[in-house]
Design a protein around this ligand. Structure first.
Ligand code: PMT
Length: 224
């Protein structure tokens, strides 16, 4: 176990999947359960960190001694990440953020009509949260992203390190139902900005979280 590897560090973790409302009774979302992010928050707290967990719609018990902030949409997640990142040593973005949201949110329930057999939704891009906060990153802050990919895992994850100015990305093959979205277990590759990489065993999300904590404690120094 990671002992007190992160004693005194301030860590912000995001978890779950954003919901983007369409009308008062409907929203667009994804299959994230929040299990991966919650496991990281728990592991970081056990390792002595001061943890803020920003949870997008996860139905999971709040980990002990962790500050929980609940959000629904990508816009709310962005606001909360910006507020909490300013004083953080490490940001870990395990949340699955909707890339697009409905262009308009109807104030009343959208009705089907007799002559409309199909319907087109207009979506607009959500802000990229990692890119937005990277712009205000201090040299001693560490930003960890995830990459959920169904194909070309390492190539796509590598592009995201540069595009989002990350120190580390956790590449997650979500085409395999035993790992990734809503599974108990996971198997990931930790990819560093310098090209170094290491792949975990297929193991519990908590074990993956513990490996991440150990990597953060060993590879990065936050307090100079
Ligand atoms: O919650 P679980 O059921 O346990 O599942 C875990 C998980 C599969 C959700 C998790 O391991 C994971 O891969 N999370 C990232 C999901 C995701 O949105 O990946 P992405 O490749 O689309 O995004 C890349 C990174 O950019 C992510 O860190 C994401 O949080 C971030 N992002 C994405 C879009 C956006 N608008 N802003 C962002 O900051």
């Amino acid at each position: 176990s990671p002992r007190q590897l992160l004693a005194g560090k301030r860590i912000v973790v995001t978890a779950g999947g954003t919901q983007e409302p369409l009308d008062p009774v409907r929203y667009l979302t994804n299959r994230s359960s929040g299990k991966m992010g919650y496991a990281i928050a728990e592991a970081a707290q056990v390792a002595g960190a001061d943890v803020t967990l920003i949870s997008a719609n996860a139905a999971l018990p709040t980990p002990s001694n962790v500050k929980l902030v609940r959000v629904q949409t990508a816009a709310e997640l962005l606001t909360s990440v910006q507020q909490n990142f300013a004083t953080a040593d490490i940001l870990i973005m395990a949340a699955a953020v909707a890339d697009y949201r409905p262009k308009t949110v109807a104030t009343q329930k959208i009705k089907k009509t007799a002559n409309n057999e199909t319907m087109t939704l207009q979506l607009v891009r959500n802000p990229d949260i990692l890119k937005t906060v990277a712009a205000s990153k201090e040299p001693n802050q560490v930003i960890v992203g995830f990459a959920a990919e169904t194909n070309d895992l390492l190539a796509n994850a590598t592009k995201k390190i540069a595009a989002k100015k990350l120190d580390l990305i956790v590449a997650n093959d979500v085409s395999n139902h035993q790992i990734g979205f809503n599974s108990e277990n996971n198997q990931v590759t930790f990819l560093f900005a310098n090209g170094e990489k290491t792949k975990t065993a297929l193991e519990s999300k908590r074990a993956v979280a513990n490996e991440l904590i150990t990597i953060l404690a060993n590879k990065f120094s936050f307090n100079e």
